[in-house]
Ligand binder design. Structure first.
Ligand code: UT7
Length: 336
């Protein structure tokens, strides 16, 4: 039986390092508060003029090189982001043009922090049914251009960073080697208002009109809005449940997991989820310390960092889990 596997990974982050102290000079916050509540010490910000598809290119090139292939071998691109270059066309198109891959189909995945898992599930399905053989999955975000760096926006602004990660998904025979064993996806749109950016509200006619002024967006709709406590609670519950679902589907227990690469929402969320599922702390990857929350990029970035640290080795059973705006959430089991 045909299965899929991750045969290459890559990541890229912009050069500018923004430490907690740097944010404290812009808003009423402190290094102590940010470290205690989130685990984050620093993050990267892209300069003005740089867009999401641009930072995705070096991550994708690194993943292709890691898989030992070139962009000419790719027959499908899946691009996950919540910070697209434009409202339309999708960032998959602008990315594909930058990569010089005309004609290759592209699909945009708009599932926020769970975007990489939705893309992985889609790649896995296409590869298993034989429609596509080499799928380039990209997660990339530029948050720093769309956050409120005043004290009003501090709950969101301290969390997010810019970055890109990519994975190459290719076919393999089901003989027990590296493979995607399962992906489990969920969503509950009843919580859409718990974490959102309303700047494009198509119910308004014309859409940028407010109080009779065309082109004016009210301040509260310019920046991401978040009910942090609600997101936190649902993230812990959702990721924990999705991991239990994954373990049950594969007839495994937490002791069978060699490495846990969670989406990096908050270090406290990752720790709580691991504790509830029974995954020991030394098996949990925390890239959030140096990069903050990079949404759709966080899982492929976490895989890259774990491998760089020698923590991700062939044959390992790797658990993935994510939760984000939507709400969307899910888990996956990958044999490396
Ligand atoms: O991928 C999904 C994306 N989002 C998330 O996963 C976020 C999930 N939620 C969280 O991570 C946490 O809820 C936060 C880190 C956002 C907030 O931590 P918390 O422990 O839930 O704090 P809180 O919202 O209960 O706020 C406690 C206090 C408040 O002040 P008062 O009302 O007690 O006086 C906030 O105004 O902390 C204040 N606060 C801050 N103080 C300093 C909020 N943000 C900051 C800040 N610096 N950046």
């Amino acid at each position: 039986m045909l299965r899929s596997r991750i045969s290459g990974i890559g990541m890229y982050v912009p050069e500018e390092v923004v430490r907690n102290e740097d944010l404290a000079s812009l808003m009423d916050t402190s290094d102590e508060w940010i470290v205690q509540r989130t685990g984050i010490r620093e993050r990267r910000f892209a300069p003005a003029g740089v867009c999401t598809s641009e930072i995705a290119v070096p991550a994708a090139q690194a993943a292709l090189a890691d898989a030992g292939i070139s962009s000419a071998d790719v027959d499908l691109v899946l691009f996950a982001t919540l910070s697209p270059d434009f409202h339309f066309p999708g960032t998959g198109c602008t990315f594909q043009a930058r990569m010089g891959m005309p004609g290759v189909p592209v699909m945009d995945i708009r599932n926020q922090c769970t975007g990489f898992l939705y893309a992985l599930a889609t790649a896995d399905a296409f590869v298993r049914i034989g429609t596509y053989r080499t799928v380039l999955v990209v997660g990339a975000e530029i948050h720093s251009h769309a956050m409120d760096f005043s004290t009003t926006g501090r709950d969101v602004a301290v969390l997010f960073g810019d970055g890109a990660g990519a994975a190459v998904v290719t076919p393999t025979l089901d003989t027990g080697g590296p493979r995607v064993r399962s992906v489990h996806l969920h969503a509950d749109g009843r919580h859409a208002d718990a974490l959102r950016l309303r700047v494009w509200d198509i119910s308004r006619k014309p859409y940028l009109q407010h109080e009779g002024q065309v082109g004016v967006v009210p301040p509260e709709e310019r920046w991401p809005e978040m009910n942090g406590r609600e997101v936190f609670r649902h993230a812990v519950e959702g990721m924990t449940a999705a991991l239990h679902e994954m373990l049950e589907a594969n007839a495994l227990t937490a002791a069978d997991i060699d490495l846990f690469v969670p989406h990096q929402a908050n270090m406290r969320i990752s720790e709580l989820v691991a504790r509830r599922v029974g995954i020991p702390p030394d098996k949990v990857v925390h890239s959030i310390v140096d990069y903050g929350n990079t949404t759709a990029a966080s899982i492929p970035m976490g895989l890259c960092l774990a491998r760089e640290q020698g923590r991700l080795r062939p044959g390992m059973r790797v658990a993935l889990a994510a939760f984000g705006s939507g709400f969307t959430w899910g888990s996956a089991l990958v044999v490396w």
